[in-house]
Design a protein around this ligand. Structure first.
Ligand code: CA
Length: 232
């Protein structure tokens, strides 16, 4: 067990889930604080007691979505939403409100840790990453300065739109991006929510970077929500 510096706030009204998360995080060496209402969670964030928030969307006193809105008015603290199954639209909405990621109940400790590691890495990297221009995952690399893409060390041809899509995913590696967010970033807000163009663009990009496009290794589909570039 290693001691970590980050303190994680668990906002969850279900005692069983709260204790499960608390136990798992303490095993990993995190210090934790808990809140069983939105109001007590918000107080802890305002008081600067946490570095990262695990937020249940169904809270007794306030909708978790409103908690995200309130926090995002003044804080960039990483928020990982914990939601029940079959709430794809809610998950996407939470991400669009500014949540960093989500977990679907029931989830494993492995999943929980993977999400937290990504969020913490983003927390520490936001300053340092600006000087770096080459990023890799597996055999896939991108040079953000030269706008070039490599697979297995060989440069491959991608269209400007495919490049922009891949660059966006690399800048948010490990994080799920909603379909709507990607469309806004790639085509602009005027494009509305036409998801077919993005699906076609994604299929073309996958044919170039994935060995088996039907079973993608790099860009994963988050059903009903969006896409995630796997952080290996
Ligand atoms: Ca709940």
């Amino acid at each position: 067990m290693s001691e970590r510096n980050e303190t994680i706030l668990i906002v969850e009204d279900d005692a069983q889930i709260r204790n499960f998360i608390l136990y798992a995080l303490r095993q990993e060496g995190f210090s934790c604080i808990t809140a069983n209402t939105a109001q007590s969670g918000l107080s802890a964030i305002v008081a600067g007691q946490a570095d990262l928030v695990l937020l249940d969307l169904g809270l007794p006193d306030m909708d978790g979505m409103d908690v995200i809105k309130k926090v995002r008015e003044w804080s960039e603290i990483p928020i990982i939403v914990v939601s029940a199954r079959d709430q794809d639209r809610e998950k996407a909405a939470a991400l669009d409100e500014g949540a960093d990621d989500y977990l679907t109940k029931p989830f494993s400790v492995t999943e929980l840790m993977a999400r937290i590691r990504v969020a913490i890495r983003h927390l520490h990297k936001s300053g340092a990453a600006k000087t770096q221009s080459v990023f890799s995952v597996g055999d896939l690399s991108i040079d953000l300065e030269k706008r070039l893409v490599y697979v297995n060390g060989s440069q491959i041809h991608v269209t400007p739109l495919e490049y922009n899509l891949l660059a966006l995913l690399f800048k948010n590696i490990g994080k799920v991006l909603t379909t709507q967010y990607i469309i806004n970033e790639i085509y602009g807000v005027k494009y509305g929510n036409d998801t077919q163009a993005l699906r076609t663009l994604m299929a073309g990009l996958r044919r170039k970077i994935e060995e088996t496009p039907a079973r993608p290794r790099y860009i994963l589909t988050e059903i009903g929500v969006g896409y995630r570039l796997k952080d290996e």
